[in-house]
Design a protein around this ligand. Structure first.
Ligand SMILES: [Zn+2]
Length: 90
């Protein structure tokens, strides 16, 4: 369950309860709250004490389907000299 986490909104210049708060793990291994300001809709972010670790969404693992994260990669050109290594049909 999500809980109310307050953070300072840079735009409102006031403390707001983060809307749609999501507890995530940062690269530093620290939990943080992600969400938006309920008043102006500005994105909000706040580091949380390590006691929130257990609530944090684990970092996307390799096994997790990345359906909602389109990778902005260039389309790989089909090289005509690509090595085809098919196993022998024995
Ligand atoms: Zn705001």
């Amino acid at each position: 369950m999500t809980e109310e986490i307050k953070a300072y909104c840079m735009k409102c210049k006031a403390e707001r309860t983060i809307q749609g708060v999501q507890i995530v793990m940062t690269k530093n291994g620290r939990p943080a709250a992600n969400g938006t300001c309920p008043v102006c809709g500005t994105k909000m972010f706040k580091f949380l004490p390590s006691s929130y670790k257990s609530q944090a969404t684990p970092a996307p693992a390799a096994e997790a389907p990345a359906a909602a994260a389109p990778v902005a990669s260039e389309p790989a050109p089909v090289a005509e000299s690509a090595p085809v290594s098919e196993p022998p049909a024995a």
